[in-house]
Design a protein around this ligand. Structure first.
Ligand SMILES: Nc1ncnc2c1ncn2[C@@H]1O[C@H](COP(=O)(O)OP(=O)(O)OP(=O)(O)O)[C@@H](O)[C@H]1O
Ligand SMILES: [Mg+2]
Length: 1035
């Protein structure tokens, strides 16, 4: 909610340290007030004091509401930098110190938000700073508007059109060193994004008379001086020109060709460069400069008179004139004879004949000057057209365009001698003042009336009366002038003055010598008339009015120009339609209609005003000529404007427009107000806290008294807009996200459905396939025993593969495992057998490969044992599993002496035995050592018996489980004591070892009896045999 108290108004915009309008009120004594509307009193004195105060601080801009008053500082101020431009971009009008950038920016933003057209009217007298202001505005738009590369070129062209047009259309006058001698209205076109996309210029009445005549202290158009001073030697040679302005009559009349403030050479470069930017090709540029040069040549052509007083080209005495003639014709692209004829003779058409009438010298000079003016004038219009073509919006996009027009037209001017040109210029200023009155003062009052708002009448001078005096049909000065121009007979400037006196006799704004009272008469010549313009009195000298208004060019010269080889000249004159019998419109009438059109153009747009004031006549910085400024303040109607502003309301808008913009500021009006817009506005402003005196409700519009009220509202709106934008954005994002989610969900369902379908189809296919496979399997199974056929081949292959796979997992792990082999199906029985054998062979092979030499020796021993004992002795099977050792008694266990005694024999094997005496078979534990040659029975350190293998007749063992061994020893050895009976726990080992040493074979039975009993026993049986009882195997 916004409250508009005095306090809140003072704090507006001060947060960020900017010097806003209300904030500046406190600094009023120092820098003055930024808006005259806030002055305490609306007197002229207070107005001027404020202006002066500000001017002394180089504050050249001050507001009257939204109008800007600008005072020419005549010095460069640092207020037009890029930084300054940035500061003013998009900022509310009253938030920063007054500046034309603020106005330019506000016009721009209003145009964008309200989609309507605008114009900025820059007015003020000559030298007040209008052209400078218009250039600053154009630069501001060039820098601040968004742009693309394409648009940049349009923008460059717009900027560059200025130096070209100034070169051709500006000149030094007594009032201004760069005075615009033509009127210029430039439309800048913007697209809906705010890009500057094109431009168009309308030009108004160029002061052509300057081409041939300049008053003292004035110059011709800049371009002539620029060419002569800045053109290269080559170019000057081509154009037949000499460097130095003193050589040319048209450049020296004012006797001030060189001006310190103007640098013609530099300006020449700028113009040349600008011509390139606006796409002037070489041919056009050459033709253009050719024309400029031709005008200079024409001006140097002089005439003599012959005996009859007829004009002759002065070619006898001064060859140099021939040079000018030749170059004029050459540059204009016409025949030199024809040109000469055209300048010295007039062609009169009598019935079907053409008669050439010679000119007097004066006439010839007149014809020459008329030609120069016509050429220059037409060329200027041609130039504007070319510039327009180059700035044209070439982007064919159909989006809506809006424009901001910049009107920089010659200012009101009063010279010592004022002629037709000043009359036109001042008339133009009257028209613009009238427009200003209509648009502001009168329109303001009318609107209040129409809206039924109470109005405090403000007295202002309406200059309509002066406009009518000049332009009224049949009765105005222009009509009378035209009549005199067209009237047959010898109409002169003086007869024109008489007609004026007749018709205007008692008009309050018209005086002549004849009509004036005594006092006034003293100030008037007989050939003068005086108009009391809104801006002051101006006395016009009638001399030349008729000629200038007629602006006649002799027909033969016109025809000649139409045949020119210079494309520009030809184009310019051809459009004049030389065959037309109708008189062309007079200059004043043309000017009147062009101003009428301009007024229409401007009336259809929203107006912004810059009122330029000239600070002093001597163009000096820091001089504030109070009298001069007071005068301007008065005639520009600034006081009236101020009074209207203060009496009235600063801002008004149609209810619906206002409501549409600010409705988000009030919950009751947002987002829609369903009732009448006026009621909505009332609710809205109540909500905003407007005080009753701050606004009024009209019939269709709301009127807001102070800008601050509006700007506070606008600020609130800006803030709210951001919040709204965030909310809308969030909503929109949510909406988008929802939509996206829905879409995704639908997509997911769709994908799922499709996927399920695919799965189901796959499943179905799989089942169908499975049924087929199973069927085939069953059939295969049923026919498995039959010969291989299509029905069972796959089954059999499967059976084979399956059997082989299973077999692979369940192969027997050892050679001894004879049971594990998987039972094969019928078809694989044969294969299975082969495989089984292969597998066992493989295992055997593996086993064999894995056997160590020790084991091999062991096995050989075992094999030997087997060959001897297998099936021969009962205890043999149990012994098979017990491995044979190398020996049962290590050498350390054998007595040293024994070892000593048998050291020559290699001990092969030793084993403990029980030796039975031959007598009584008493058991004696002994060591038995086998060497290579003999078996030794050892008792401790004694060799009890040595049995040479050679004396060994045989060895007996029983077929039972006992361990009895009997060595049968040959009796012929005396040393031997008969057979050796022993019992050994390692019988098989012992005997096998022995058998390796000596060969043992199974023999026949001997005198040892073997039997089985409860306990194992060895004793001498009654039959004198050794009885060996072995234990019965336990059940
Ligand atoms: N804002 C400014 N800052 C500095 N100097 C300025 C400014 N405005 C004008 N001047 C000076 O005043 C001179 C005249 O200004 P300008 O040509 O704009 O006047 P004008 O109103 O267009 O006059 P005319 O009606 O003769 O064309 C400029 O050449 C410049 O020296
Ligand atoms: Mg100007």
């Amino acid at each position: 909610m916004i409250k508009h108290s005095a306090q809140s108004a003072f704090s507006l915009g001060t947060d960020d340290g900017q010097l806003d309008m209300e904030g500046a009120l406190t600094a009023r004594d120092r820098v003055g007030i930024q808006d005259f509307v806030l002055l305490d009193e609306t007197t002229e004195a207070a107005f001027l004091t404020n202006l002066k105060k500000r001017f002394s601080k180089d504050l050249i801009y001050t507001y009257v509401g939204t109008l800007i008053v600008s005072v020419n500082p005549y010095k460069e101020l640092d207020i037009y930098s890029k930084k300054q431009m940035d500061t003013y971009m998009g900022v509310n009008f009253f938030e920063l110190p007054p500046h034309i950038y603020a106005l330019a920016d506000n016009a721009y933003h209003t145009m964008l938000t309200e989609f309507n057209n605008h114009f900025i009217l820059i007015s003020g007298e000559s030298g007040a700073g209008k052209t400078e202001a218009s250039k600053k505005i154009l630069q501001y738009y060039a820098v601040s508007c968004p742009s693309t590369t394409l648009l940049n070129t349009v923008r460059d062209k717009m900027l560059m059109s200025n130096p070209v047009l100034e070169a051709f259309g500006n000149a030094k006058t007594l009032k201004n060193d760069n005075s615009s001698r033509f009127g210029k209205y430039m439309d800048i076109q913007f697209n809906s994004e705010g890009d500057a996309v094109g431009g168009h210029i309308l030009n108004y009445l160029l002061e052509k008379s300057r081409v041939v005549h300049q008053n003292h202290g004035e110059r011709n158009f800049h371009i002539f001086y620029q060419l002569v001073e800045g053109g290269t030697d080559d170019l000057l040679r081509q154009l037949g020109l000499e460097r130095g302005v003193q050589h040319y009559n048209y450049l020296t009349q004012g006797e001030c060709a060189i001006v310190s403030s103007i640098n013609d050479r530099n300006d020449w470069k700028t113009v040349k460069n600008a011509l390139q930017v606006i796409n002037f090709d070489e041919i056009n540029t050459n033709h253009l400069f050719g024309i400029v040069a031709s005008v200079l040549h024409l001006g140097n052509i002089q005439f003599d008179s012959d005996s009859k007083g007829h004009a002759l080209l002065n070619d006898n005495t001064e060859l140099i004139y021939i040079h000018f003639m030749l170059f004029s014709s050459q540059l204009l692209g016409v025949d030199v004879q024809n040109l000469q004829e055209g300048l010295t003779f007039r062609k009169i058409e009598a019935k079907k004949d053409q008669v050439l009438t010679p000119f007097t010298t004066d006439h010839a000079i007149y014809a020459r000057d008329a030609l120069s003016k016509a050429i220059y004038g037409h060329t200027f219009t041609w130039l504007v057209n070319r510039i327009n073509e180059s700035m044209e919006n070439k982007v064919r996009d159909p989006s809506r365009k809006t424009v901001i027009g910049l009107l920089d037209i010659y200012g009101f001017e009063v010279f010592y001698v004022n002629s037709f040109e000043q009359f036109c210029i001042n008339y133009c200023n009257e028209k613009l003042q009238q427009l200003f009155i209509q648009l502001t003062l009168k329109a303001e009052q009318d609107e209040y009336e129409a809206e039924n708002i109470e109005w405090e009448p403000v007295q202002f001078f309406n200059n309509k009366i002066i406009c009518d005096l000049v332009e009224e049909k049949h009765r105005g000065i222009i009509s009378i002038l035209d009549e005199e121009c067209l009237r047959p007979g010898d109409a002169t400037d003086l007869t024109f003055l008489e007609r004026l006196e007749d018709k205007m006799g008692n008009h309050p704004h018209f005086v002549t010598h004849k009509l004036a009272d005594k006092m006034t008469r003293k100030t008037l010549e007989r050939g003068d008339f005086r108009l009391l313009h809104y801006a002051g009195e101006v006395t016009y000298c009638v001399v030349g009015f008729l000629d200038k208004n007629n602006d006649l060019l002799y027909r033969n010269i016109k025809d000649l120009m139409c045949q020119s080889k210079n494309a520009i000249v030809k184009e310019c004159f051809s459009t004049m339609d030389p065959d037309s019998r109708k008189r062309p419109e007079t200059v004043a009438t043309q000017f009147k209609s062009s101003l009428l059109k301009l007024t229409e153009i401007l009336m259809a747009k929203e107006a912004w005003y810059i009122r330029c004031l000239k600070s002093n006549e001597s163009k000096q910085p820091g001089q504030f000529d109070e009298a001069l400024i007071r005068h301007q303040v008065k005639y520009l109607g600034l006081m009236e404007h101020l009074r209207v502003r203060r009496a009235g309301f600063a801002y008004r808008r149609k209810f619906d427009v206002f409501l549409k913009r600010y409705k988000p500021l009030c919950p009751a009006t947002w987002p829609h107000w369903r009732g009448e817009p006026a009621d909505g506005v009332e609710v809205l402003v109540q909500h905003l806290g407007y005080l009753p005196h701050e606004y009024k409700m009209g019939r269709t519009k709301i009127f807001i008294r102070h800008p601050r009220t509006l700007y506070a509202t606008e600020d609130a709106y800006e803030k709210c807009k951001h919040e709204l934008a965030t909310r809308l954005q969030a909503k929109y994002k949510g909406y988008r996200a929802k939509g996206e989610f829905k879409k995704q969900k639908e997509a997911a369902t769709k994908i799922e459905t499709c996927w399920r379908g695919v799965q189901a189809r796959k499943e179905k296919e799989k089942r169908a396939w499975a049924v087929k496979v199973i069927k085939k399997f069953i059939k295969g199974y049923m026919t498995r025993g039959e010969a291989k056929s299509t029905d069972n081949s796959e089954y059999l292959a499967f059976v084979r593969q399956s059997y082989l796979n299973r077999l692979k997992e369940k192969l027997p792990k050892t050679v001894l495992d004879k049971t594990t082999w998987l039972t094969p199906p019928v078809v694989l029985q044969e294969t299975s057998e082969i495989l089984r054998k292969l597998h066992y062979r493989l295992m055997v092979r593996k086993y064999v490969r894995g056997i160590t030499p020790q084991k091999k020796a062991q096995l050989q021993l075992k094999a030997t044992a087997s060959s001897i004992f297998k099936g021969q002795k009962d205890s043999y099977p149990q012994s098979v599993a017990q491995p044979f050792l190398d020996t049962r008694i290590s050498e350390q266990e054998v007595n040293m002496r024994v070892l000593q005694m048998i050291r020559n024999e290699h001990i092969k094997y030793s084993v403990p035995v029980i030796k039975y005496d031959r007598n009584g078979f008493k058991p004696r534990p002994r060591q038995l050592i086998l060497t290579q040659t003999a078996a030794y029975v050892i008792e401790e350190a004694k060799i009890k018996q040595r049995v040479l293998y050679t004396s060994l007749k045989g060895i007996s063992v029983s077929n039972l489980t006992d361990g009895i061994i009997v060595f049968h020893i040959a009796c012929e050895d005396p040393k031997q004591k008969g057979d050796l009976v022993m019992q050994c726990d390692h019988l098989f080992e012992f005997l096998t070892k022995l058998s390796v040493i000596i060969e043992i074979q199974a023999g026949k039975e001997s005198a040892v009896d073997f039997t089985t009993g409860q306990e194992p026993m060895v004793y001498k049986a009654k039959n004198g045999h050794l009885m060996v009882v072995t234990e019965l195997p336990r059940l």
